[in-house]
Design a protein around this ligand. Structure first.
Ligand SMILES: [Zn+2]
Length: 331
């Protein structure tokens, strides 16, 4: 989510007198300290503030240096995510889960895993669940802190997809196949998703629907939990609320006003496959002040909210994977 968003955020910051980010004067820890990736919870263990916090704090740690897609921190994140998939029994869609982008230099990779569906016909269709795991790296220092850690943008969405994958690996009843994708180079213009959508299309892969997770680290203060970009374009939002049995997903007018549908990794999938491909998000320009700033830190993430969000959206995503033909469709 790029230029318009920055304008919107700048306007808001001016209007609401930004708070100072927490003091980060301590020198960033050496990469050495993080060679060991955190322990990965078992498929059976619950999604809770602890499991969310472990993954998110690593991804948003100073040692990963804000995960710019042309810097070493992104590779550490890629290794961790691949280990997470492997430990959870998610199969590599490409060797080593690694899909090297053809449209940026220096090279960087998307991490792609999958679960095969059980229905003889529907298993040939994929539901794609994605999030970008890159961020912008070093920025103008604020209070001596020059690392944009990207906890909310988008270590939060990355963690949500990793945790959903871990739990779905334990599901016995998935009719369609599910692809889990962590995109790189989103911050350089949706490069990772554009590359993969093009590659999958060339490989003849059928996509039924795509759901992208973006900035889900802090809760919305609304009568729904998250909004969907392109809300009015398909039946996805209403089908998700039917499956949730509650108003989980809502419509955010600013999302349409700022054309957010076109600003995140769902868009290249919509362009390439013409199917419902939308982004779920809990950032509404008023509930988080540190977009693309050094202050986008792990400590500001609401882990209870994230755990509740993941646990409520899990059965919804499974319901989407098992939905009858044509239930989730463009309007
Ligand atoms: Zn983002």
């Amino acid at each position: 989510m790029r230029i318009l968003l920055m304008l919107a955020v700048a306007l808001l910051l001016i209007s609401c007198g930004a708070q100072m980010p927490p003091d980060q004067s301590a020198q960033p820890a050496s990469a050495e300290e993080y060679k060991e990736t955190p322990e990965i919870p078992s498929v059976a263990s619950a999604v809770d503030a602890g499991s969310i916090g472990t993954a998110l704090s690593y991804l948003a740690s100073d040692a990963l240096k804000g995960r710019a897609s042309d810097d070493e921190g992104i590779e550490m994140a890629a290794v961790y995510i691949a280990r997470y998939f492997e430990a959870s029994g998610i199969k590599p869609y490409y060797p080593g889960y690694r899909d090297t982008l053809s449209n940026v230099k220096p090279a960087t990779v998307n991490i792609v895993g999958y679960l095969e569906g059980s229905d003889p016909e529907l298993k040939h269709e994929f539901v794609v669940l994605g999030a970008h795991y890159d961020h912008i790296g070093a920025v103008e220092p604020v209070g001596g802190d020059f690392i944009a850690n990207g906890a909310n943008d988008n270590a939060s969405g990355t963690t949500a997809v990793m945790e959903i994958a871990r739990k779905m690996a334990g599901s016995e009843h998935l009719k369609r196949s599910v692809m889990f994708v962590l995109f790189s180079a989103e911050e350089r213009g949706l490069k990772g998703s554009a590359h993969l959508a093009d590659r999958l299309d060339k490989e003849g892969v059928k996509v039924y629907a795509m759901l992208n997770f973006e900035m889900v680290g802090v809760p919305l203060e609304k009568d729904y939990t998250a909004y969907l970009t392109g809300y009015e374009m398909s039946t996805m939002a209403e089908e998700m609320n039917t499956l949730a049995g509650e108003q989980l997903i809502g419509f955010l007018p600013q999302a349409r006003e700022y054309k957010l549908f076109q600003r995140s990794d769902n868009y290249p999938f919509y362009q390439k496959f013409g199917v419902p491909a939308q982004t779920v998000c809990t950032f509404d320009f008023t509930n988080f002040d540190f977009y693309h700033k050094p202050g986008d830190e792990f400590e500001l993430m609401n882990l209870e909210h994230m755990a509740a969000f993941v646990n409520r959206i899990l059965p919804v995503v499974e319901g989407m994977v098992n939905s009858e033909k044509g239930v989730i469709r463009m309007k």
